[in-house]
Design a protein around this ligand. Structure first.
Ligand SMILES: Cc1cc2nc3c(=O)[nH]c(=O)nc-3n(C[C@H](O)[C@H](O)[C@H](O)COP(=O)(O)OP(=O)(O)OC[C@H]3O[C@@H](n4cnc5c(N)ncnc54)[C@H](O)[C@@H]3O)c2cc1C
Length: 422
């Protein structure tokens, strides 16, 4: 086993939205930063809209106005700890980084003023604060008619179901399918199709076939409109079809999520940060209240990191940041940090109704307003690893990861030893 020792001002564990945001902000502030991650996070699965607050418990229209009451009723919610100002600042920062580090013109629209209401793959209205411009014309409060176009090679995007559900919301909607050839293969995933849509020749013949089939004012396509130049692909289709075109998030993998990951990774690199994938942090050494070393395992070798600060952004149950063992004990996987809202003895762990209020939904690491777990001086936690939120019910998963990643970096950049190092 080879081993190496590396020193950084900060090591960020995890390469989801929370980790990449924290690391990029830190690097921009002058810190030497390394992100260590087992693999990609939820970016490659989720729709890539930044949902800040969708439900409280009714659907939220004006996120900025709703947040104040929301956090005052939930003093342990991650948003109560990050503060609402950090949320606004994080959104602005994110928009700027995506615009600066995506291929020509790709950008996000929105903010805290008014949630977008966009259709999910099954035509359910989803409230989101910030959305890729390529999705924005799906706004369901607009009354112009919609045509959803399915591509049979892309399984599990059921346009007729999607259109029927949207029509129930009072918007004229229809679903049609257009067979496209993907080299004779019976099916393709979103990434394979997105690469096809990067090709202007493919787009030209696609638009020529589709145009005579559509009479509605807006066209919804699965979110596969390009990876290398998604803005160019989307704008080209709008021009060729002479209609507003929008992407509808589909099942994983997520092309918009990959674009978001690519933009954040490019921002990190431009700021001088380092990203190490394929490396799992398995152990940490503590001295008093300080983490003095992290041990990471990659194929065939181990690396010891000796950071001044650590940001834990390992995600929740889905990414292994929080794990449940066969004795039903939930634990934070790297440091065994105390959890908030973990399973309680004698109380049920799951509600058998999938979409019900799940007892473990809020489980996660307990931190104070400096995002530090009790007893730790140089460890901060960000993202879905934090306890206190119910992201699926509140519609706030990406918002929490972005805001807490951003906040963690701001707190660190203000700390005396980081300021001295930078
Ligand atoms: C299919 C799907 C759909 C979703 N839809 C929505 C939605 O519509 N709206 C919404 O707001 N949210 C949604 N979410 C939730 C949202 O995507 C997540 O809450 C958010 O992206 C979490 O980001 P994160 O950075 O905190 O963690 P993650 O993205 O989970 O990243 C965790 C990172 O930590 C790494 N890691 C874990 N353990 C270790 C270790 N020991 N060592 C090194 N690295 C480690 C992982 O490899 C990964 O890089 C969805 C999630 C999924 C999976």
């Amino acid at each position: 086993v080879r081993s190496a020792r590396l020193r950084y001002d900060a090591v960020v564990i995890g390469a989801g939205v929370a980790g990449l945001t924290a690391a990029t902000r830190l690097a921009e502030g002058g810190a030497s930063v390394c992100v260590v991650a087992t693999g990609v996070g939820s970016t490659h699965l989720a729709p890539a809209t930044i949902d800040v607050l969708g439900y409280d418990p009714e659907r939220v229209e004006t996120t900025g106005a709703a947040l104040a009451d929301f956090v005052s009723a939930r003093p342990l919610h991650p948003y109560a700890l990050t503060g609402t100002q950090s949320i606004a600042a994080a959104l602005e920062w994110f928009r700027g980084r995506v615009e600066a580090h995506s291929p020509s013109g790709y950008r996000y629209l929105g903010g805290l003023e008014r949630n977008f209401l966009l259709p999910s793959a099954i035509g359910v209205a989803r409230p989101s604060a910030l959305v890729p411009e390529t999705m924005a014309a799906g706004e369901l409060r607009e009354h112009s008619s919609l045509c959803f176009v399915g591509l049979p090679v892309l399984r599990d995007f059921h346009v007729r179901l999607c259109a029927a559900n949207v029509a129930r919301l009072g918007v004229e909607a229809r679903g049609i399918e257009l067979d496209i050839d993907v080299g004779g293969r019976p099916e393709a995933n979103a990434v394979g199709l997105a690469k096809r849509f990067d090709d202007p020749g493919f787009r030209a013949s696609f638009a020529a076939e589709l145009a005579p089939l559509v009479h509605e004012q807006r066209i919804g396509l699965p979110a596969v409109l390009g990876l290398r130049d998604a803005h160019g692909a989307w704008a080209d289709l709008e021009q060729r079809l002479e209609r507003r075109v929008f992407e509808v998030p589909t099942l994983p993998p997520s092309a918009p999520g990959i674009r978001m990951f690519n933009a954040l990774r490019a921002s990190l690199r431009a700021a001088g940060g380092r990203l190490v994938m394929g490396s799992r942090v398995v152990d940490a050494k503590r001295s008093g209240g300080r983490v003095v070393a992290l041990r990471a395992e990659a194929s065939g070798h181990e690396v010891i990191y000796e950071p001044s600060w650590v940001v834990l952004a390992t995600g929740g149950f889905g990414s292994g940041g929080i794990a449940m063992d066969s004795h039903w004990k939930a634990r934070e996987a790297v440091f065994d940090l105390p959890l908030r809202y973990g399973p309680e003895a004698g109380r049920p762990r799951f509600d058998p109704t999938y979409l019900a209020k799940q007892p473990l939904a809020r489980a996660g690491v307990a931190v104070d307003a400096s995002l530090r777990p009790p007893g730790y001086e140089n460890l901060l936690v960000a993202g879905a690893a934090l306890g206190g939120a119910e992201p699926w019910r509140e519609g706030c998963g990406e918002g929490i990861s972005l805001a807490s990643g951003y906040r963690a970096a701001e707190l660190l950049l203000k700390s005396e030893d980081m300021a001295a190092a930078a």
